[in-house]
Design a binder for this molecule. Structure first.
Ligand code: HEM
Length: 226
């Protein structure tokens, strides 16, 4: 099939996964099976998909260290851009559907609820990364491009903190809805730890090429996001 000549299996999986959340929402809306609290459900699902895509984009480099599958490095940008897309939809739902563009109320809520300030910070920092993720900006910014894109190491923990904080639970006793966001935090911490040179070297020496054979079309990476 033509599509398999144009896209690698990993690309197809990423695009299908990224759009799946939106398609699922539309299907449920049309079949009347969506939540009885649709605005909150929309806000939560888009937020969760955004953070999942963001964590996945950060997983590419450490996974490549472990399974030695360089195509992963070329897919970071797509995952990051999809994360920005869902984060934008998430924010638009908050501003428009949840608060009906009532700006003074929005401003008051932002300052009343610290988890929203954290989310807003994470979102605002994500925008310049998305905008400059294209090759033309790589050339324009030179060395600063890599420096700028390291901000993702701040953005992702902020997004996880926003997630954990938005839940009415207790992180210490793992009560309430805190388990899922805590798992995101743990996974993110593992992926970030794998970037520490000593851990990276130890993992790189493991003989784990097997998984990369699953995907036939892996090509050499270009220098991409950190
Ligand atoms: C201006 C920026 C943002 C605003 C105003 C905002 C607003 C909100 C609000 C109001 C909730 C609570 C929804 C509820 O449980 O009723 C929420 C939850 C959440 N947000 Fe955000 N958010 C922002 C940025 C982000 C970003 C950048 C991400 C991820 C990259 C994100 C991911 C999440 C997640 C994962 C949840 C929890 C979903 C769940 O309960 O399952 N948010 N956000």
């Amino acid at each position: 099939m033509k599509i398999f000549n144009r896209y690698t299996p990993l690309q197809i999986i990423i695009h299908l996964y990224a759009w799946s959340a939106l398609v699922w929402i539309i299907v449920e809306l049309f079949t009347g099976t969506f939540s009885i609290n649709p605005i909150q459900e929309l806000e939560q699902r888009t937020g969760r998909h955004a953070i999942t895509l963001l964590v996945l984009s950060l997983a590419c480099t450490p996974l490549n260290v472990i399974i030695k599958f360089p195509e992963l490095l070329k897919r970071r940008r797509t995952l990051g851009l999809y994360a920005l897309m869902y984060a934008t939809v998430h924010v638009l739902i908050f501003i428009n559907l949840d608060y009906g563009l009532a700006w003074s109320l929005i401003a008051r809520t932002i300052f009343d609820k610290p988890y929203i300030i954290v989310g807003a910070l994470s979102f605002l920092l994500l925008i310049p990364l998305g905008v400059t993720s294209f090759d033309i900006w790589k050339v324009r910014l030179g060395k600063n491009w890599k420096r700028l894109h390291r901000v993702v190491y701040i953005i992702a923990p902020l997004a996880v903190l926003h997630y954990i904080w938005s839940k009415k639970g207790d992180i210490l006793t793992l009560s309430g809805d805190i388990v899922r966001p805590a798992i995101y935090g743990l996974i993110l911490a593992i992926f970030l730890a794998i970037r520490i040179p000593a851990i990276k070297r130890a993992l790189a020496s493991l003989p784990t090429r097997g998984l990369s054979l699953l995907f036939k079309k892996g090509q050499q990476p270009k220098a991409d996001a950190p």
